[in-house]
Design a protein around this ligand. Structure first.
Ligand SMILES: Nc1ncnc2c1ncn2[C@@H]1O[C@H](COP(=O)(O)OP(=O)(O)OP(=O)(O)O)[C@@H](O)[C@H]1O
Ligand SMILES: [Mg+2]
Length: 279
C-alpha cells in the first residue's frame, strides 16, 4: 500500500507562563489509503497531532519532527503560503466544532460552492450544482433549502454535515476528521461514516479519524493509535485491539460497556505517572 503520510518523531510544544508545555511527544506513524483511528482521553494530543499536519498549531506553537511528509511534500519545509495551497485541496480537516469552521455571514451552500470554485477552478453554476450534490451526499434532506441557510439557522448535526461536505468537495488525498460525528444521532453517524468509508475504498483517500470513542474507532478503522499524555502508547490493527498490551489501553477496554452484561461496579481507570514518562 502506498504511503500517503509519514510522521516520525513529532513533537509539538506551546510556550506558557510556567515554561513550555509539550502537547505531543515522540509521535510516529504512517498512513496509507486506509482508515486510521486515533483515540485517547481529553487533552492527550489528538487534535494537536492533526493540526500539526495541517500547519495549524498557531503562531507560538513549535512543531519539530524527524520527518513530516505528505506524499512527496516535506511539510517541515513548507511556508505558510505553501500550507495554504495544500489545505483543503490535498489535506482537509473536519474540526471538532463546526461553529469555528463555518463562516457565520455566508450561506452554507455558498461557502461549499466557493470552496469548490477556489480549488477546482469551476464556474459558479457548476460550483452550485456540485455543492448541492455534496449536501445530498452528506444526507441533508432538502439541499435546495439548506443551501441558502446561514450557519446559525441549522442544527448542530446539520452544521457538522455541512462542514464535512465543505471538506470533501475539493477531494483531498487525506482527511483528518476530528470527532466528526459527535453531534450526530446514531443513524446519521452511521451514514456519515459510510460516506467516509466509501471515499477511502472508492477514491483511495486516507482518513485519520480522531475520537474518544474506542468502540466506534475499533469497529470502523483498519488501525488504531491510542494516545496518552501526548504519546502514542499503543498502535495496532483494530482486530487485535483485544490483545493490546499497554495498561492504559487495557483499562479503556475494561471500561467499555458490553450489551447484555450488567455491571454493579464500574471499573475505574488507574493511571500510572510512568505512562506519561513513556514507560
Ligand atoms: N495553542 C495552545 N496553547 C497551549 N496549549 C495548548 C494549545 N493547543 C493545545 N494545547 C494543549 O495541548 C494538550 C493537547 O490538546 P489537544 O487539543 O490536542 O487534546 P485532544 O486529545 O484533542 O483532547 P479532546 O479530546 O478534549 O479534544 C492540552 O493539554 C491542551 O491544553
Ligand atoms: Mg481534540
Amino acid at each position: 500500500m502506498s504511503t500517503l503520510l509519514t510522521v516520525r518523531n513529532l513533537w509539538v510544544t506551546h510556550p506558557g507562563d510556567q515554561g513550555d508545555f509539550v502537547a505531543v511527544r515522540n509521535v510516529s506513524f504512517s498512513l496509507g489509503r486506509e482508515r486510521l483511528g486515533i483515540v485517547g482521553e481529553s487533552g492527550s494530543g489528538k487534535s494537536t497531532t492533526g493540526r500539526a499536519i495541517m500547519g495549524l498549531v498557531g503562531a507560538l506553537g513549535r512543531v519539530q519532527a524527524e520527518e513530516l511528509r505528505l506524499g512527496e511534500t516535506d511539510l517541515l519545509a513548507l511556508s505558510e503560503r505553501g500550507f495554504r495551497k495544500l489545505r483543503g485541496r490535498r489535506v482537509a480537516m473536519v474540526l471538532q466544532d463546526p461553529k469555528y469552521a463555518l463562516n457565520p455571514v455566508m450561506s452554507i451552500g455558498h461557502q461549499i460552492a466557493e470552496t469548490h470554485r477556489a480549488h477546482m477552478r469551476a464556474g459558479s453554476r457548476a460550483a452550485r450544482l456540485a455543492a448541492l450534490k455534496m449536501l445530498e451526499a452528506v444526507r441533508i434532506r432538502d439541499p435546495e433549502r439548506v443551501y441558502g441557510l446561514y450557519p446559525h439557522q441549522v442544527s448542530g448535526g446539520m452544521g457538522q454535515r455541512a462542514m464535512i461536505a465543505m471538506m470533501l468537495i475539493a477531494e483531498p488525498e487525506l482527511l483528518i476528521a476530528d470527532e466528526p460525528t459527535s453531534a450526530l444521532d446514531a443513524t446519521i453517524q452511521t451514514q456519515v461514516l459510510a460516506i467516509l468509508d466509501e471515499l477511502v475504498r472508492v477514491r483511495g483517500m486516507g482518513l485519520m479519524l480522531i475520537s474518544h470513542n474506542l468502540h466506534l474507532v475499533s469497529a470502523f478503522c483498519d488501525r488504531v493509535l491510542v494516545m496518552y499524555a501526548g504519546r502514542v502508547v499503543e498502535a495496532c490493527d483494530s482486530g487485535r485491539l483485544h490483545q493490546a498490551q499497554h495498561p492504559y489501553t487495557r483499562g479503556l477496554l475494561a471500561a467499555l460497556p458490553e450489551l447484555g452484561h450488567r455491571r454493579d461496579i464500574l471499573p475505574q481507570l488507574q493511571r500510572d505517572p510512568a505512562w506519561a514518562a513513556g514507560a
